[in-house]
Design a protein around this ligand. Structure first.
Ligand SMILES: [Zn+2]
Length: 565
């Protein structure tokens, strides 16, 4: 459904790795092409340089997307591990928002369209750079609901950071088949309206696989049916709106165990040899959910339950079916992720990917340009987990560890309507920006209420930065617009310029920033006795008993640079 409120997701978990290679994904992204030579889709600009036609068709909310509102998918497919083949159909129900004869869907050019039916009538269609334009013989009427069956078959290309769709094998040689297609897009393996703004209200997923295998998809498991031909169909039902890229199959020789947190079902899947490690490591999921529920309210997908599923790549936030490949060890791929001694206390992938259930899956950006709403916020959730478990000092220390990863080379909000990925700063600068907001609010009781109410206000919706800003301005009574714009839409962070006049005992100060109206309070002086400076872009002067070298700025509470002269 179109969950967009007033104005207008890849996890692309930045930290995930190319399968079996222990290198953070953003490093990979900068050094290797996103699209393998085997892909039949033209290489994408990924947000840098001139967008390709495919980027524009995928990224824009064009007229043949905007003329309808998604209601429901039933993805019903058979997956043959030997032939590496998918075949089946997606039943798509949508409501027309205006009279028209054409809609836009998407399917990677490597996959064959077998037929598209309205009832029993075949529909004409035209394929162009990953888009499939479906034409109707008669005008579809505003407010009327239509259902089409999109039949397809083929072998998906394995491409991009996570493989998109991978026919793999586990260490014992059994098939291990999994999806991770944020960015590349779900249309790499199934036909859908492949954009972020409009989501179905709920979804059925039916996956037929050889009898000896298990499929774990999103939502609630509703049963399995022996088809009598060596295949079994596994049925799942998603009771909530879901991103296309979150829709997943995880097929393998999985074993299963379960737990409960209050009335929330928690289900865990791992390979037989890893069950013991999984039982131990996945116990962290309870504390994680308790922490996030403390700050934001109930786990968003209770009807579907929470699942954690072993995969060979580092992880992905697939809604209610989070995938996990962090070696059953704390830290991120056994490293101290923010380098300050706190990350080794917990399993980074459980904490980060599951945080996306609140930011990314429940609250979703309406355009990948504003993906910091997924990643900046979820990175902030990591620090909230630390704060819940170990206190504020450790949380501030943990998130300041991200400073060394910030590049400040491009703004973290990118061009709207163009398929692409914002830079990794959306994570690291994102969390430092949100921590700065907390210091501006300067009242933790108000801050916790603001965070809780912000989440509750926008849950299950697709929003843009304008919505976040408007809400924060309204709730705080402050004009945060120049601050949001400086951190999110400019490359540089603000610089607090200080000029000391020793004999006079004064210091002059101002902000140097791209936003002409930039002003922000900041704590200065001595750590045990901060005073708040209401600095603007204009020079002001105040008396200080402190010498230049003793005059400190609380740069762990505000992400700013400081110059002194
Ligand atoms: Zn993420």
């Amino acid at each position: 459904m179109d969950k967009t409120p007033a104005c207008v997701s890849w996890c692309r978990q930045v930290l995930a790795v190319v399968v079996f290679v222990s290198v953070p994904a953003f490093v990979v992204a900068q050094t290797s092409p996103q699209t393998s030579p085997s892909s039949s889709t033209p290489p994408r600009s990924r947000g840098q340089g001139e967008p390709t036609k495919a980027d524009l068709l995928r990224g824009a909310y064009g007229p043949y997307r905007a003329n309808n509102d998604l209601l429901f998918y039933h993805l019903d497919i058979r997956i043959d591990p030997e032939k590496k083949l998918i075949s089946g159909k997606n039943t798509i129900r949508f409501k027309m928002l205006k009279d028209d004869t054409r809609i836009q869907l998407d399917l990677n050019d490597a996959i064959k369209v077998d037929k598209i039916l309205l009832g029993s009538a075949p529909l004409h269609y035209e394929r162009d750079s990953g888009a499939v334009f479906v034409d109707f013989a008669e005008t579809l009427r505003t407010d009327h609901i239509y259902t089409i069956d999109f039949y397809y078959s083929g072998s998906p290309v394995q491409t991009g950071r996570f493989g998109g769709f991978t026919f793999g094998t586990d260490p014992s040689g059994q098939p291990w088949i999994y999806t991770a297609c944020e960015g590349i897009g779900a249309s790499i393996w199934w036909p859908n309206k492949d954009q972020w703004r409009d989501e179905v209200e709920n979804m059925q997923i039916s996956v037929s696989i050889p009898n000896n295998l298990v499929d774990v998809s999103n939502g609630r498991f509703t049963g399995k049916t022996d088809l009598g031909d060596g295949y079994t169909r596994w049925d799942w039902f998603v009771h909530y709106p879901i991103n296309n890229y979150d829709v997943s199959v995880n097929i393998g020789n999985y074993q299963h165990f379960s737990d409960r947190l209050g009335d929330l079902d928690m289900d865990f899947y791992a390979l037989p040899d890893d069950m013991e490690k999984a039982r131990k490591q996945f116990a962290q999921a309870k504390g994680m959910i308790e922490a996030y529920q403390h700050y934001f309210g109930d786990y968003p997908f209770k009807e579907d339950g929470y699942k954690l599923i072993e995969v060979p790549y580092s992880g992905m936030e697939h809604q209610s079916a989070v995938t996990y490949g962090n070696h059953f060890a704390n830290g991120y791929l056994e490293r101290d992720w923010t380098g300050v001694g706190i990350s080794p206390r917990f399993d980074f992938i459980i904490i980060h990917e599951s945080g996306h259930e609140w930011f990314g899956n429940s609250i979703t950006a309406a355009d990948s340009s504003d993906m910091w709403i997924h990643e900046g916020w979820t990175t902030y959730l990591e620090s909230l987990y630390v704060e819940y478990m170990y206190g504020k000092d450790d949380a501030i220390k943990y998130l300041n560890g991200y400073k060394s990863k910030v590049k400040n080379e491009r703004p973290i909000i990118t061009a709207r309507g163009v398929n692409g990925e914002p830079p990794p700063d959306q994570y690291f600068k994102g969390v430092l920006f949100i921590n700065t907001l907390r210091s501006i609010v300067n009242d933790d009781t108000r801050w916790w209420k603001l965070l809780h109410d912000f989440y509750q206000h926008f849950k299950y919706q697709n929003i843009m930065t304008e919505d976040v800003l408007q809400y924060f301005n309204q709730q705080t009574g402050m004009n945060l617009t120049p601050i949001f714009d400086q951190y999110l839409r400019h490359t540089a962070i603000p610089i607090l310029e200080l000029k000391f006049d020793g004999p006079d005992g004064t210091v002059s100060y101002r902000w140097k920033a791209d936003e002409p109206m930039f002003k922000m309070p900041v704590r200065v002086g001595r750590k045990d006795n901060w005073q708040i400076l209401h600095a603007t872009a204009e020079w002001q002067t105040m008396r200080t008993a402190l010498k230049k070298d003793d005059f400190e700025v609380a740069t762990d509470l505000y992400y700013v640079n400081v110059t002194k002269e």
